[in-house]
Design a protein around this ligand. Sequence first.
Ligand code: AMP
Length: 372
Amino acid sequence: MSIIKLQDLHFKPYVNQAEIAKAVKHLATQVKADLPKNEVPIFVGILNGCFLFAADFIREFNGDCEVSFVKLASYSGTSSTENVKELVGINEDLTGRTVVILEDIIDTGNTLQEIYNIFRNKNVKELKVVTLFFKPTVFKKELPINYIGKSIEDKFIVGYGLDYNGLGRNYSEIYQLTTQPKMKNIVLFGPPGAGKGTQAEFLKEMYQLVHISTGDVFRFNIKNKTELGLLAKKYMDEGNLVPDQVTINMLKAEVEKNTDANGFIFDGFPRTESQAEALDTFLAEKGEQINAMIALEVPEDLLVERLLERGKTSGRADDTDEAKIRNRFNEYNTKTAVLKDYFNAQEKYYGVNGVGSIEDITQRLATVFDKL
Ligand code: AMP
């Protein structure tokens, strides 16, 4: 999940699909458990916002039920100053029925007040209210709400049926209003030996960004014989990837060390799809995002040559043995290369020719940076 933009506003992920599903299931189970045996309730969804919630709730409800939807419409009454509310769409005779209102969100309680007013003279046996979301800090009424899925803080939310200016209802998750992202975050991408580290050194100065190379962080830990270093060493020496969870936790810790940064150049991360997803979610929770993946494109044979050359001076065990170098390419081709599609799908992929002089390549990269 990443940040979304609807018209002029940005929203960050707030409640994911799994959490929503759990809350909905819990509500449906509770409602069923509290009904008298053989009671057939009529569920009444308050449109528009409730349509996804109502659909999911009803599927989770285990028993016979009827379903109806209403809309609360305002129209001007006889006197133009008087604002009368009316429920549109209730055709059923509700006399003696157990009516269960399904609301997506209750905040001030104004809509809820109207609902209670209108149902008061419908001779129902019982009226119950279920809401998926509830904002306790702004609720001003003395009205019962029988079932609450999740209490949330008073911030504007969209998704899962809820809208901002009509948009956002189609998202499967809930997003919360946030400020415009402040950082510029770049993934510098490419196979081993493409020149990511070299170029990152120039670019971080040019754009005042923090450079995080996961390979460098691992090597630092190995040199200092930390627990993380000992763990990573056996993978790195063979040219294998270090397990995702270890790498992701380390990356997060590096980002947290630089909370006031203008942005980051990520070098050597993400290297798997699950790392990419974790990075997206992690940044989105901070109201930030990846702006671009910029890839250095270099043919593989040239890379092997470069790495063997580097191995003469770098002191890196994984640069000296051709079999291990080949294994790193194998890891790249099977696990990492797919990230091109991942970022392409978000329209964030930029390929740059990585063959040429260091200065020329820096210039090519800068041209892309400047466009972002
Ligand atoms: P690099 O310096 O980027 O070529 O990385 C050297 C080695 O560090 C890799 O071959 C992996 O063993 C390990 N490594 C660096 N970054 C990652 C990552 N994002 N995921 C897993 N392993 C990594």
